[in-house]
Design a binder for this molecule. Structure first.
Ligand code: DC
Length: 223
């Protein structure tokens, strides 16, 4: 049976990963969080003090990435080490946005993402899934929310893990800076695919957003 592919793109903090994970669980598909792959590369580069583009590119042949699933949650491994917990810091977020702007890094991850989608029915979230990685996805969703709302959500999430590490204003500045980087980079910029359904979660709670997403899928998949 042909694998069904659902692509969810959008800026950080729109609720992509939470919603994509829930959607995948409801549909019985595999959830692929592609941001975690960019974060894993950034984490490796930070650990090895690879800072310049040249140093980052020199790390790529040394990095073996793999995905695993524990109780339905995606875990990302770098050379066998589970880095899933370590990649959720503000430093790695900025690093991921930086490495994601390097064409060779995107190339490096392209095959891994395509292979996952070929062999499994997936809900894949990222920035360029509907536009570049899976242009023939069965369902494409562009999930967004205002920058303020997204910063508020990220602030609450970060504060739970590292209380007092960043103020709301700092998180908002980071969100705006990352949007800027992700939308204006030359390669695979964050953009809504022409055939993507727009879902705005600014005023929606999680349950409402989940229904919006599920309805969009049902409409496209016809069940
Ligand atoms: O979704 P996230 O915050 O975990 O993503 C981390 C960074 O990786 C983000 O700044 C954009 C980048 N990214 C990307 O360029 N393409 C993707 N498909 C996924 C993430």
């Amino acid at each position: 049976m042909k694998a069904v592919n659902i692509a969810i793109d959008g800026p950080s903090g729109a609720g992509k990963s939470t919603l994509a994970r829930k959607l995948a669980a409801r549909l019985g598909y595999v959830y692929v969080d592609t941001g975690a792959l960019y974060r894993a590369i950034a984490y490796d580069c930070i650990s090895h003090k690879a800072d310049s583009e040249e140093q980052i590119l020199a790390r790529l042949p040394e990095i073996r990435l793999s995905l695993g699933y524990i109780d339905g949650a995606q875990h990302v491994f770098v050379n066998g080490e589970d880095v899933s917990g370590s990649i959720r810091t503000a430093e790695v977020s900025m690093g991921a946005s930086r490495v994601a702007a390097i064409p060779k890094v995107r190339e490096f991850l392209f095959n891994l993402q395509q292979e996952m989608a070929k062999t499994h029915s997936v809900v894949m979230d990222g920035r360029d899934i509907g536009t570049v990685v899976l242009p023939d996805a069965d369902v494409k969703i562009f999930l967004t929310a205002s920058a303020e709302k997204r910063a508020e959500r990220r602030y609450i999430e970060l504060n739970e893990k590292q209380p007092g590490k960043q103020t709301y204003e700092e998180v908002l500045a980071d969100v705006i800076r990352r949007d800027e980087q992700d939308m204006n980079r030359e390669i695979a910029p964050l953009r809504q695919a022409p055939d993507a359904v727009l879902v705005d979660t600014t005023d929606a709670d999680l349950a409402q957003a989940e229904e919006m997403l599920l309805n969009a899928c049902k409409e496209k998949l016809g069940s």
